[in-house]
Design a protein around this ligand. Structure first.
Ligand code: HEM
Length: 317
């Protein structure tokens, strides 16, 4: 009797470990089916970031835009076909999200090592984590076991992703719709400590808003004219654009946020004190960011027999 209840206990304990704390994803999901997965992703990301530091940022954003549109299911990676309109050309993504080739490269290396085992959604989650870490940010344990969507939705991409002119209330609501708190939203926005943005996304902020440092606005206007130059790039973090640090929040406190939406986090509203805290405590920011990244990675994953393990991230099997 005692030994059978011990056996039952062990079985339950192992099941809980295998399924992960939220009953779905698990840190050890591929430990027998693809033991080299994390090494493959890490080395490929190291090569990509060494070639172009911005790629760490681009992959992080790709993960955000995947998770916010019907969950972290690799749907953003699907190409449009003659019969299928996906997310890549939705308003917030077209001519904007990038890094698909890097994910393709990683996927082909993973397929060579462990065929048909690892989802594109999980590769993206790991690659985003490694991009952050390679640019000087934290690392963390990524929970795995997501499967890939067999469909994608352009309208969901248009409706679920916040834009650079969003108000604080809109940002809080849109993150709330995904089960993320205002604090998660403010911490995740710290991702804007890396990467670049096109003039068209911040023109109205630098020309029309008044809650912006005048010298900063003048600098940005030099390469972002009032008309034309829509695709001219500027660093989102004016201080250290390829370093994952808390400078983004220092910028906000100094009214050097690049987007209207960024500066909304420090404009006399509910997030001001958290922004101030992050601006002086990198460690508080980092621990809240990691916590929020894990939460974001848990948005509606496909698990079990739902979805599929895509063989090519750009198309369904
Ligand atoms: C809070 C709401 C957010 C808004 C309104 C927003 C908006 C934007 C916009 C407009 C761009 C520039 C796109 C372009 O010029 O083509 C951008 C870039 C970026 N965003 Fe966000 N974003 C938000 C939250 C996030 C979150 C939660 C993450 C990740 C956790 C993130 C990561 C990034 C990164 C890394 C870039 C630079 C990408 C690159 O250089 O390729 N953003 N964002």
């Amino acid at each position: 009797m005692a030994s059978s209840s011990n056996t039952l206990f062990c079985f339950l304990a192992l099941s809980i470990i295998a399924l992960g704390a939220n009953g779905q994803l698990s840190s050890t999901f591929y430990s027998t089916t693809c033991p080299n997965l994390q090494t493959i992703v890490r080395s490929a990301m190291a090569r990509a970031v060494a070639q172009e530091a911005r790629m760490g940022a681009s992959i992080l954003r790709l993960f955000f835009h995947d998770c916010f549109v019907n969950g972290c299911d690799g749907s953003i990676l699907l190409d449009d076909t003659s019969t299928f309109t996906g997310e890549k050309n939705a308003g917030p993504n077209a001519n904007s999200v990038r890094g698909f080739n890097v994910i393709d490269t990683i996927k082909s290396q993973v397929e060579a090592s462990c065929p048909a085992k690892v989802s594109c959604a999980d590769i993206l989650a790991l690659a985003a984590r490694d991009g952050v870490n390679l640019l000087g940010g934290p690392t963390w344990t990524v929970l795995l076991g997501r499967r890939d969507a067999k469909t994608a939705s352009q309208s969901a991409a248009n409706n679920n992703l916040p834009g650079p002119s969003s108000s604080l209330q809109t940002l809080i609501t849109m993150f709330g719709n995904k089960g993320l708190t205002a604090k998660d939203m403010t911490a995740l926005s710290g991702a804007h400590t890396i990467g670049q943005a096109r003039c068209t996304t911040f023109r109205s902020h630098i020309y029309s808003d008044t809650n912006i440092n005048a010298a900063f606005a003048a600098t940005r206007k030099q390469t972002c004219p009032q008309s034309g130059g829509d695709n001219n790039l500027a660093p989102i973090d004016v201080q250290t654009p390829t370093r994952f640090d808390n400078a983004y929040y220092q910028n906000l406190v100094g009214q050097r946020g690049l987007f209207h939406s960024d500066q909304e986090l420090f404009n006399g509203g509910s997030q001001d004190s958290l922004v101030s805290t992050y601006s002086t405590s990198a460690s508080t920011f980092i621990s809240d960011f990691v916590n929020a990244m894990v939460k974001m990675g848990n948005i509606s994953p496909l698990t079990g027999t739902n979805g599929e393990i895509r063989l090519n991230c750009r198309k369904i099997n």
